[in-house]
Write a protein that binds this ligand. Structure first.
Ligand SMILES: Nc1ncnc2c1ncn2[C@@H]1O[C@H](COP(=O)(O)OP(=O)(O)OP(=O)(O)O)[C@@H](O)[C@H]1O
Length: 673
């Protein structure tokens, strides 16, 4: 048992607000076997009391040796009224009301394995150079805008390498780490070249540059940068198409004229198919930003449609493809979109700079899931941590961690009133490209499905040389994932769960109720358990306080479980729905038990899977489609949803937009100053 080996004193369980069942000392091996068996048991098959192991919070031997005999208070479950239990957190109320179960957080958990994480040498890139923008052959007004409006003086490495190449008129494939300044690496050359055109650009000319990005948030972010750079060049009009807005008003803006057009692929295809006012006659630049994400979201066919539409009207243009991670998919996209590109990789400056590519567009063949290259560059200023937490304790650990990272109350209040701190609860929609400079911690409440996804999520912090940290929360059965990260040269340090939960001892609002006239005891592991239980009970009381919140928690739980279906084959032995104890996972969403239909669904799916793998594939693909229909990416892009449905009809499950289900995975950004 890794947690707190040999350091924590034991407090008799029977005196706790949430007493444990007593158990006799058990040899380590049989405990391990019991843990393995439990691992494969769904909530409907809850283990009988006599097979329950002692808490995983203390070292096995010590717990066993100091075991307290069962007393009349030592029942598995205590009951409280929701009102009392919430209030009890602050007033130490001793009353109990029957009917509502209190969480037994520290029992029946699988053992937390010792993390043997290999230490690997991470790939690193230099972010900044000492070269000023003045060194580039740019319009003086553009330079002063960069200096005064954007408040930037020296170039980043990727900017120093890319801008001159693009100003020469070459196509480029640009790869550099998250938060290294790729947006300006293409925006500056686009603005420089368009303002310098001999015949001055007219608004009514339509698009000269097309910038494709995967999400609306990114579209707005790039639009903002372009708009700032265009300050001195008011005759060039930027515009954004991204769904969420009425198509009619987008059409009207297109009719008036947009010279630098920023769009998500789905929305653009929508307009290509339905809007007469869109044309590509004068396109001089095609930029594919966050190319890997564009592919992850299943936009391959949209990109092919867009390329064909542009090629039909104009052949001569500059093409740029940018990505933080290089995948086989990105290489495929480079093949179909770039002509004789310069390959720019900040990581490896000696890389072959001439890499002729054909401009012919092959059949859109979706890239394979396991297509990431071996290692990824991570900002040197980004500290990475992992914590192994049993499912039941996930929610309180997350809350404890957030509490730990926030400051004492008055300071927090003052900062909040100035909107400088906050916690952003988000899914993977915020994992790519978003530039939130104040974010100091990224917490991953569940693991990403690929190292590339991991890199993008953590890349929302430690941007442009700033300091940042990240925490990945893993279940005990998922601890092996650190080896998978290490094989991609990703190093993580461990934070113990009890160190996270110890923050609860700092505030008496988490104090548990006392039995009888017991004196307050010193702060120890038992105190931490009690307080974690109080916090969990507050969560459960809140969730169960209305049908709406219960239903929300159930949906979140369902999404969480479904997301397990999307882990690639090579990670299935680590992340598999069968390794989850649904009742325990339910607690991590504030539910007291696993919803009945959920376990039925899992069992049914398991059976179907065993008997008819072909049927299973079909069910899975239907589920994926359902997810896509609900996905946040689909909102405002009805046409692409219909199109996805069409694609599935004609091309079968292999053409499913990859990663769409992954959107449901929760990620979390914590911003503290
Ligand atoms: N030369 C520079 N000097 C200072 N700050 C810069 C410079 N270039 C870019 N930045 C800032 O760095 C941050 C990250 O830039 P950007 O979003 O372009 O990174 P990125 O490489 O596209 O990241 P990702 O791959 O995560 O999308 C932004 O806040 C941007 O304003």
């Amino acid at each position: 048992m890794a947690a707190a080996d040999g350091v924590l004193p034991h407090v008799p369980e029977s005196r706790a607000a949430v007493p444990t069942t007593s158990s006799r000392p058990r040899p380590a091996q049989s405990r391990r076997q019991a843990a393995t068996k439990r691992k494969y048991r769904a909530s409907s098959e809850a283990p009988p009391a006599k097979r329950r192991s002692e808490t995983s919070f203390l070292p096995a031997k010590k717990t066993a040796a100091k075991e307290t005999p069962r007393t009349s208070k030592g029942k598995a479950q205590k009951t409280f009224s929701p009102k009392r239990s919430s209030a009890g957190a602050s007033d130490g109320n001793q009353e109990r009301k029957p009917g509502i179960k209190t969480s037994s957080l520290f029992k029946n958990n699988p053992e937390i394995p010792e993390l043997h994480r290999p230490v690997v040498k991470q790939v690193q890139e230099k972010v900044f150079t000492s070269d000023a923008f003045q060194a580039l052959d740019l319009h003086p007004h553009l330079i002063s805008t960069i200096n005064t409006v954007l408040k930037m003086s020296s170039m980043t490495s990727v900017q120093k390498q890319s801008i001159p190449v693009l100003l020469e008129g070459r196509d480029a494939l640009v790869r550099s780490q998250t938060g290294s300044g790729k947006t300006l690496a293409y925006c500056i050359p686009v603005v420089q070249s368009l303002q310098a055109m001999k015949s001055k650009i007219q608004r009514g000319d339509g698009p000269y540059a097309l910038i494709l990005v995967p999400t609306r948030e990114l579209a707005l972010q790039s639009f903002d940068t372009v708009q700032k750079l265009l300050k001195p060049f008011t005759w060039i009009v930027p515009g954004v198409l991204m769904g969420g807005e009425k198509r009619k008003s987008e059409k009207a803006r297109l009719r008036k004229g947009i010279n630098i057009l920023i769009s998500t692929p789905g929305r653009l295809v929508d307009h290509i198919k339905s809007t007469k006012n869109i044309h590509f006659r004068r396109i001089q630049w095609l930029i594919l930003d966050e190319a890997d994400r564009i592919l992850d979201l299943g936009f391959e066919k949209d990109i092919t449609v867009i390329l064909n539409a542009i090629n039909a009207e104009c052949q001569e243009r500059q093409n740029v493809l940018l990505s933080a991670t290089l995948t086989e998919g990105v290489t495929w996209l480079a093949d179909i979109s770039l002509h004789d590109p310069v390959s720019i990789s900040v990581l490896d400056e000696s890389h072959d700079q001439s890499n002729p590519k054909s401009k012919a567009i092959p059949e859109a063949s979706p890239p394979r899931a396991s297509d990431e290259l071996d290692s990824f560059a991570i900002p040197a200023s980004l500290e990475q941590y992992v914590t192994v937490v049993p499912s039941k304790l996930r929610l309180v650990s997350l809350a404890g961690f957030i509490l730990q990272k926030c400051k004492e109350r008055t300071a927090v209040f003052q900062e909040f009133s100035h909107s400088k701190t906050g916690v952003l609860l988000c899914t993977d929609v915020a994992a790519r490209g978003l530039d939130l400079p104040q974010v100091t911690w990224i917490v991953q409440y569940n693991a990403p499905s690929s190292p590339a996804e991991y890199i993008h999520r953590i890349g929302r912090t430690a941007r442009i040389g700033c300091h940042g940290s990240c925490l990945l929360i893993l279940a005990p059965s998922e601890a092996e994932y650190v080896n998978s990260l290490a094989s991609h040269k990703i190093n993580v340090s461990e934070i113990k769960m009890e160190d996270i939960l110890s923050v609860l001892t700092r505030d008496d609002c988490f104090k548990g109720r006392r039995w009888g006239s017991q004196k307050p005891r010193s702060v120890g592991p038992q105190e931490i358990r009690e307080r974690a239980t109080v916090l969990q009970t507050v969560f459960e009381d809140y969730v169960h306080s209305s049908e709406r919140t219960v239903s929300g928690a159930k949906k979140a739980l369902q999404s969480f479980i479904r997301a397990y279906a999307t882990y690639p084959r090579e990670l299935k032995h680590i992340f598999h729905v069968r390794s989850l104890h649904l009742g325990h996972v339910a607690k991590s969403f504030g539910l007291r038990d696993a919803p009945k239909n959920l376990s039925a669904l899992a069992t049914k799916k398991k059976k179907a899977n065993l008997k008819r793998p072909d049927l299973h594939r079909k069910t899975q693909s239907k589920q994926r489609l359902a997810e896509i229909l609900r996905s946040e990416y689909s909102s405002g892009m009805e046409a692409s949803v219909t199109k996805v449905r069409e694609q599935n009809k004609h091309a079968g499950p292999s053409s499913q937009p990859r990663g769409a289900v992954r959107n449901q995975r929760p990620a979390l950004a914590v911003g503290t100053n």
